[in-house]
Ligand binder design. Sequence first.
Ligand SMILES: Nc1nc2c(ncn2[C@@H]2O[C@H](COP(=O)(O)OP(=O)(O)O)[C@@H](O)[C@H]2O)c(=O)[nH]1
Ligand SMILES: [Mg+2]
Length: 287
Amino acid sequence: MKSGFVAVAGRPNVGKSTLVNALAGGKVAITSDKPQTTRRRIFGIANGDDYQLVLADLPGFQRPRDALTEHMQRTVDASLEDIDGVLFVLSARERIGAGDRFIASRVFALEVPVVIALNKVDRLKPGHIATQMQAAAQLGAFEQLHPVSAKTGDGVDELREELVGLLPEGPAYFPREARTDLPLDVQIAELIREKALHLTREEVPHAITAEVEELGDKAVHAVLYVETESQKQILVGRGGSMVKKIGTRARPEIEAVLGRAPIYLELVVKVRPKWRRDEAMLERLGI
Ligand SMILES: Nc1nc2c(ncn2[C@@H]2O[C@H](COP(=O)(O)OP(=O)(O)O)[C@@H](O)[C@H]2O)c(=O)[nH]1
Ligand SMILES: [Mg+2]
């Protein structure tokens, strides 16, 4: 069989995580329109009869500002070693410019095959897509360029086939039914963080992290951490309305991940000043 690793690179918000989910055939990575949604490396695994394609969804390239972003950048650098190819994702909805060229300079220097996905082509005019494809083609010596929509699934099967074509002969690195390498408690914490990200804005999303403290048969105890008392007030909401909403949205997805229902979700909000600079906390979170 064919098996191997493909790293997914691209500017923030171009749809890397959404595309990894589409390629893996199910949700493995959380998504949002907030920067830094993806904080750790997540493997999305696409299994076929005769292949196992492991996609590494990564945080964006960035200049480290604190321990969190430094860890994230280290993750990116480490994940780019020993890969069989790169999936370079661009957004057809935005100008292809300096940010994409910066990432192109990194990925084409890796000396592995690069496949470009021009994402978000849903509801775009063919003329506009053609113009963006021409701009994308200037970025470097790519293998193939695929217009896709991670949202509708258009072009995703063809892209998957192309990526499988880059893989060498090899063993299955993960169980054939696995879709991700994340442990269950981390998957659940990520789902909770996603719902919190969707409901907050400005500096609050950056200050949120989530942790599962107890994962039982029928109950999940989880904590949402923020850095300040005022952020906590926002996440708790009036009379607890916000944290309740986060829980209500997360619960069905948690039940789907665990494959059992009903699950009782106990969710509390705690302040942990400067957790983003706290090496021990980052270690505990596995970031
Ligand atoms: N219209 C459209 N939106 C998309 C598509 N793929 C992703 N998005 C949206 O773009 C935003 C960023 O997606 P995400 O996967 O988190 O981007 P990442 O930062 O590159 O991982 C989210 O709001 C997604 O719903 C697509 O194919 N079409
Ligand atoms: Mg992402």
